[in-house]
Structures are given as C-alpha cells and as structure tokens.
Ligand binder design. Structure first.
Ligand code: KIV
Ligand code: ZN
Length: 398
C-alpha cells in the first residue's frame, strides 16, 4: 500500500476568520474554539494578530499556553509587530511567528507609495525584499518556527516572488506561504505558480510550501487543491470558509475532497473528520455568522434529500446520492425532507417511522392529500403528517 504524504492543516478561523465582516470573538470564545480545533486535530492554529489589540494578544497568549498544537501569531514585517507576537507566544508550547509583507506591484505601489521606500517600483521592490529578510532574521532571534507570507502572491511577478522566497528561506523561514490574497487566480494558474516556484527557488526543499486562498471568485478550495497537486504541503483554511470579504478556503471542503477522492492522489490530512460538524456549529454560534443551507459538508441541506427520485434512490442505496456518509463528518443522520418534490415511497417510509403503515390505494389517497398540503407549505414536518393522517388512517403500524 502506498504511503500518503501529509498535508498540514493550518486553521486561521481565529485570525483571518475573525476578520470576517460582522464577526468578533472574545478571549473565552477563542479558547473554546481552539480546544475544539484540537479535537479536530488541526496541525496549526493561527490564534490572532497580537499587535492589533490587547484582546488579540491575550487570546494568543492563552491559546498558546494551553494548546498542544503549533500556535501561530501574525505580525507585519516590522519589529514592533514581531516583538509583540513573541510577547504573546513566549509561553506557548509550540510557537510560530508568522510575518508577512506585500509583494505584488499593485500592493507595493499602493501600500508603500511613500518615497522613503524608493522612487521607482524596482527600488521599492528592493526595500520590500530587505524588509522581508530583516523580519525573518529578527523573528528568528525569538523562535525557530517562522512562517513568511508574500501577501498578494497570486498577483506577484513570478521572478520577483521567487527572489523573495529564496531570500527568506536563506534567512531562516521554515514555512513559505503563497497567498492568493484577492482570490483572483484560477486553479490551473495557481497550480503552475507553485510548480514554477519549485523550479526557480533553489533552496525550496528547506521549507514547507503553504498556500492561503481567498474565495472572491469561489475558487479558494479548487486553487488550494491545485496547489497541493503541485507541491504545497500546508493548506491554510478556516471553518465554514469564514474570512475577509468572501472568506478563505473552507477547511471542511478541502479535507473531505482529499478524503473522499483519495483514489485520485497520494495526500492525506490528520483531521478527525467526525468533529467537523460540531466545530462548524460552534464557530457559527460564537461568530454569529450563519452557515448557508446549501454549504457543502456542513450546510443544513448537505445531507437532505427532497425530490421523489432522490429519496427513492436513497432508500434503496444511500450511495446513489451521497458521496460520503453524514456520520463521517459528524452529522447524526441523513435528512429526508418531505415537500412537493417528494415521491410516494419517501412519504410511505416516513409514515412507517411515525407508526402508520399505509399501502396500495390508501397510500394513493394519502399521497394526494399530502401533495395538496405540500403545495402550500415548503416543508412537511412529522406533526403535519400526523394531522394529515387524521382519524381516517390513524392506526398503529403492525
Ligand atoms: O490573505 C492574506 O494574504 C493574508 C496574509 C496575512 C497571510 O491573510
Ligand atoms: Zn488572508
């Protein structure tokens, strides 16, 4: 049997996820989510951005002290952020400083427009390269595990990106992260970007390649999978895909895509998938960000079947319309939704569960009554069925 290569799961729910519009978490909520992430068995928990507020610093400190995972703290490539990150992480069991700076032309010109960074793009690029290296060297004075991110790598010139990545690895970065910050790339394009880096960067084997994809075009998970196929071995993601703007790549989708289609590749994660649903619920309730019903893996409809054809198929063999079991992600059971698309067979089997055994002409009659109610109501619940059965058919199943 071939040995699968591990893809590390770096969860950024508590950092990028918390940057979602409308979401905010207090220290206790962050600690509880971190405990749940530990049950989920993620490899890295990015707990926050300590320089951004005292609450963030305290949350990172508490998560770092308690967690047996690698705990990362974000820092811009400036000394103050890095030393503050270390202040938060110094008592962590497995600390990681995660420092970043922008590398794309558009970011450099927009964010580093001041003349002190240089007059031309080429001069500014030199300054950014030096700041990146200095940040890693400085972070390295505090701990061994350093991640460097080239912000907006998705839109960065490939030659310049390779130059920066080579230099930060020389300076001691142990993980190099290639974010598609604006969710702009296509899967084939992003995969090539990773393959290209592997070709150009001579010391790339000395660091883990990570990717961090945003979902502005709905491609974050596809881009992450394409990057993995081309050499990335850490995937940055969040529970329910929450994060800046349209969010980050969703942890549950990456993990289950790799697991369900393990026939296609040689990668695996260490995630305890049965904990996915609990984690999703906890994150949704603490952040107040609801999960859309049709969200893959964790949405209310992910294991619900309404149409008659689907319900009939499911009752005969669940693999007809389910590519994974609900239990594999911690959802208690498949939900057969009774509504106007449902067929006789689905109705009959639900009635049986409720204690009504109905067959033949009797079933035809009940089904007609069911359809007239279902035309007026989105979903027919068990209580509706009891009313529908009324006195006429009300008797216990044999
Ligand atoms: O999207 C991004 O580029 C980020 C970095 C800070 C990693 O969140
Ligand atoms: Zn991000």
């Amino acid at each position: 049997m071939s040995q699968k290569e591990k893809v590390l799961i770096f969860d950024t729910t508590l950092r990028d996820g918390e940057q979602s519009p409308g979401a905010s978490l207090n220290v206790q909520e962050k600690i509880e989510i971190a405990r749940q992430l530990e049950k989920l068995n993620v490899d890295v928990i990015e707990a926050g951005f300590p320089a951004s507020s005292p609450l963030q610093l305290e949350a990172v400190r508490r998560v770092g002290e308690e967690s047996s995972r690698i705990v990362a703290a974000l820092a811009r490539a400036v000394e103050h952020d890095i030393s503050t990150a270390w202040k938060a992480l110094q008592s962590a069991r497995h600390p990681r400083i995660h420092t970043f700076i922008s590398t794309s032309d558009i970011h450099i010109m927009g964010k580093f427009g001041h003349e002190r960074y240089g007059k031309t793009l080429a001069e500014k690029q030199k300054t950014i390269l030096r700041m990146a290296v200095d940040a890693v060297l400085y972070a390295k004075t505090f701990c061994h595990d350093i991640e460097f991110s080239a912000e907006d790598a998705g839109r960065t010139d490939p030659g310049y990106l390779a130059e920066v990545i080579e230099a930060v690895i020389d300076a001691g970065a142990t993980t190099v992260n290639i974010p598609d910050t604006t969710g702009y790339t296509w899967p084939s394009e992003f995969g090539k970007k990773i393959a290209d880096l592997k070709e150009r960067v001579t010391n790339i084997d000395q660091a883990v390649i990570s990717v961090h994809c945003h979902n502005d075009l709905g491609l974050a998970v596809a881009n992450t999978l394409s990057a993995i196929e081309n050499g990335a071995r850490q995937a940055e993601c969040s529970i329910n895909g929450i994060g800046e703007r349209a969010g980050n790549a969703s942890l549950e989708e990456i993990v289950m895509a790799l697991k369900v289609r393990s026939d296609l590749h040689d990668y695996s994660t260490g995630i305890t998938t049965r904990e996915i649903y609990n984690t999703s619920r906890m994150v949704s309730s603490f952040t107040g960000l609801i999960v859309q019903p049709n969200k893959a893996i964790v949405g209310d409809n992910a294991f619900s079947h309404e149409s008659g054809i689907h319900q009939d198929g499911m009752l005969k063999n669940r693999q007809t319309y389910e590519v994974m079991t609900p239990q594999s992600v911690g959802v208690p059971e498949t939900h057969i939704v009774l509504g106007r698309h449902s067929g006789k067979h689905g109705l009959q089997s639900r009635l049986l569960v409720l204690g009504y055994k109905v067959e033949g002409e009797e079933l035809d009659k009940v089904y007609q009554r069911f359809l007239s109610v279902a035309d007026k109501k989105k979903e027919i619940y068990d209580d509706d069925l009891r009313v529908l059965m009324g006195d006429e058919f009300n008797r216990p199943a044999e």
